[in-house]
Design a protein around this ligand. Sequence first.
Ligand SMILES: [Zn+2]
Length: 255
Amino acid sequence: MKIGIISGHHFPRLFKNAESLSLETPFGTINVDVSSLEDNVLFFINRHGTQATIPPHNINYRGNIYAFAVSHVDYILSFGTVGSMNTSMKPGDVVVPHDFIDCTTSRKKTFFDEERFHVDMSQPFCPSIRKTLLHSIHKQKGTTVVHKKGIYLTTEGPRLETPAEISFYKHSADIVGMTLAPEAILAREKGICFASLCLICNMAAGLQKALTAEEIAAMYAQKKTTLSTIMKDACLSLPANKTCSCHENVTKATL
Ligand SMILES: [Zn+2]
């Protein structure tokens, strides 16, 4: 199988002897690291660019997903760090979101600028990837607490949220981040199975004293070996024969 992975962090255990390719897309050049894992071919894209310098609102979301589509990946596994708005979800826990809310405002998040299509998001994430990720997390039998469901609210960024915004958002969602919604939407438009693994690095604004970038980096450093193992196991466990309907959710609008 061909498996795409998109993240802002590298997974050293997963990508050994990767070959770096530059793929030309209608949205610009996208750098992809290609490697093999047993019988699978892995395609890795750092959503923040090769130097990890592109802020969330300027990420080339369409270019990234288009690069996966022309590489004919069967699945896309996303990884992201998030803040928690739910007091039962703590820093260090992982979440496999089952739904999302898109509060972004300035991003290009459709491939259908010229044609009318109906894109069903009734089940926003691929059930097969979610099931596989949860199974791979449980196999670790470690200290990582997993939340099998969670609603991810995507903000525009690049600033973090205010306490009043979090107070408003927390009635509708559990975790907050800046990247999931455009990626999930664009993958669905291309008919590619997509789901995400999220690491909670902090409580959101107003639920802890202050938020720092160092805090996020420290939490990822603490968990990266476990996360890398989970992602590797998930890549090896994804079903070759799909039973999901992710590729059937786009239909041309009719009169
Ligand atoms: Zn699927």
